[in-house]
Design a protein around this ligand. Structure first.
Ligand code: SF4
Ligand code: SF4
Length: 517
């Protein structure tokens, strides 16, 4: 057992209102500067839609992430073999171009015209589009970070037909859900997932991308980066960006200066919907390669199995031996992420079929039951007058289970159904108490929940205060003081005694690299 620490996250999609406050907070703090105009380390997409950059989920197009290797101990990177990197050294055919992020380039508007236009005209002044790079005005607007806001243009003929998550649905089913009358949508906030098996780290030929020992945050060493850009290719979430001014790669740093002092990142802190949760996890690094190589439908459970129980005496003993301190262990026991992911199974990883094992999990959105046919406008969980609770038929939800399963469970519909049933059961239980004055435990039993769990779930999802949503242990210098710079960061997890000679060693489940030179 090789125990590692991971700062992990949960976003509750049921509560995101798409206000973009998180996006603005991140933009203002980290990417409001030259060379980073087009970057959005945090962005919020409307689903269905193809997102930012265009069609990032389609790995037939971008060839990111890992693929399963039958009979092997670990998956392999889809595209980043040394041979492939050599032959594509000067032109990478699967790299998203600016057109996929921003059409003709990042733009703003001539807002100053609204304030300073002194001429008297018959019509109101307007702000015209203007390039953020060249300053050229009236540039054509073809795409942007929030292009499909609130489902804009997401029809069969628009971008909707290209949404990767319709993959498992027939053209008729897809058409039915994209037709105007039955349209559904929800918001999907995205940041770097600080994966347990990061494609970006494994693909970096310079060893610039690394995973911090102290909390699993994935960073890019700006001194080591040589802008090969294979991290862009191998990140299936397209959350690494090239800065044209510095010539280096950049990505979300999970506001590590804040988390070191016990505060959540800026986007978490500012979230208006209070949809975001942060807490530490312990996981077994030795089991990561095999867990990332199981068949698609087993991936979610395999990742859960890698996460360790912080109350298990054997885990605690091993963690102490690995130098993990009591404050971190205590935080793991209080972690809201552990509860939602492992205990209650209501939070699922985004596109686990990419096999990077994300540390960011999503509570799937509940949605109204379709109004056609039965005349009920809302979830019918407690609608009958017989005093009993009735869970709705998940197949009648406006957001198709198949769609959510493709998005959050590598196609495993049962995982999504379990999560949704538990959420609905918790709501039905609360409603039975408030409306009927009697606890309906039957509905919890149907969903496999205990009353204690339902009460805790309700507290965390609906009422939790700041320190319940964010359990962030402060960093201790002594915890990493003996990890020399070159060793601490290089390709994630290796350890070497100070002063020891460089040696060949394993580099993320397969490829080898000389280090220390
Ligand atoms: Fe790397 Fe983040 Fe992409 Fe995961 S989501 S592969 S950690 S850049
Ligand atoms: Fe959603 Fe919160 Fe971001 Fe608003 S601030 S868009 S609620 S994640």
């Amino acid at each position: 057992m090789q125990i590692k620490r991971q700062m992990a996250m949960v976003f509750n999609l049921d509560k995101c209102i798409g206000c973009q406050t998180c996006t603005v907070a991140c933009k203002n703090v980290w990417t409001n500067r030259e060379g980073a105009e087009y970057m959005f380390w945090n962005n919020v997409e409307s689903k269905p839609g193809i997102g930012y950059p265009k069609e990032w989920e389609n790995q037939d197009l971008y060839r990111g992430g890992w693929v399963r290797k039958e009979g092997a101990e670990a998956p392999k990177l889809r595209n980043a073999s040394r041979f492939w990197e050599m032959i594509n050294l000067f032109f990478n055919p699967v790299m998203p171009q600016m057109e996929a992020y921003y059409g003709k380039g990042p733009f703003t508007f001539t807002y100053e015209d609204l304030h300073s236009n002194e001429s008297t005209t018959r019509s109101q002044p307007v702000a015209r589009p203007k390039s953020m790079i060249t300053g050229e005005e009236d540039i054509p607007l073809e795409y942007g970070v929030n292009w499909e806001d609130n489902g804009a243009g997401v029809t069969e003929d628009g971008t909707g037909g290209l949404d990767y998550n319709f993959k498992d649905m027939s053209p008729e089913e897809r058409q039915a859900f994209l037709s105007y009358q039955k349209v559904f949508m929800f918001y999907l906030p995205r940041i770097c997932n600080h994966c347990m098996n990061p494609g970006c780290v494994a693909a970096c030929p310079s060893g610039a991308a690394y995973k911090r020992e102290e909390d699993g945050v994935v960073l890019i060493d700006q001194h080591r980066c040589r802008a090969w850009r294979y991290c862009i290719t191998s990140c299936p979430y397209k959350k690494v960006y090239f800065n044209w001014r510095t010539g280096k790669m950049e990505k979300c740093i999970l506001c590590y200066p804040r988390i070191e002092t016990g505060q959540p990142p800026a986007c978490f802190h500012s979230c208006v919907g209070r949809i975001r949760y942060m807490g530490p996890l312990l996981y077994d690094m030795d089991r990561v390669p095999a867990a990332a190589n199981v068949p698609d439908l087993e991936l979610v459970q395999a990742q859960r199995d890698v996460i360790l129980d912080p109350n298990d005496p054997q885990v605690i003993e091993e963690a102490r031996k690995s130098g993990i301190g009591e404050p971190w262990l205590e935080a793991c026991r209080r972690s809201p992420v552990y509860k939602m992911v492992k205990e209650w199974r209501i939070a699922l990883p985004l596109h686990s079929e990419f096999r990077t094992m994300p540390s960011l999990f999503y509570v799937p959105p509940e949605s109204p039951v379709q109004t056609t046919g039965n005349g009920h406008g809302n979830i019918r969980m407690a609608g009958k007058d017989d005093g009993k609770q009735h869970l709705p038929n998940l197949e009648e939800f406006r957001v198709p289970i198949k769609y959510l399963a493709r998005l959050l469970a590598a196609g495993n519909e049962q995982e999504v159904k379990t999560a949704l049933t538990r959420l609905l059961a918790m709501r039905a239980y609360r409603r039975s108490m408030r409306v009927y004055g009697q606890s309906n435990l039957e509905v919890l039993k149907q969903a496999g929940l205990t009353e204690k769990q339902a009460i805790e779930m309700h507290r965390l999802l609906a009422l939790a205060h700041y320190h319940e949503r964010f359990v962030v242990p402060t960093a201790h210098r002594e915890a990493t003081a003996n990890a020399p710079y070159i060793e601490r960061g290089f390709a994630g997890y290796d350890e070497m005694a100070p002063g020891a000679q460089p040696r060949r060693r394993q580099w993320f489940h397969g490829a080898k690299q000389e280090v220390g030179s």
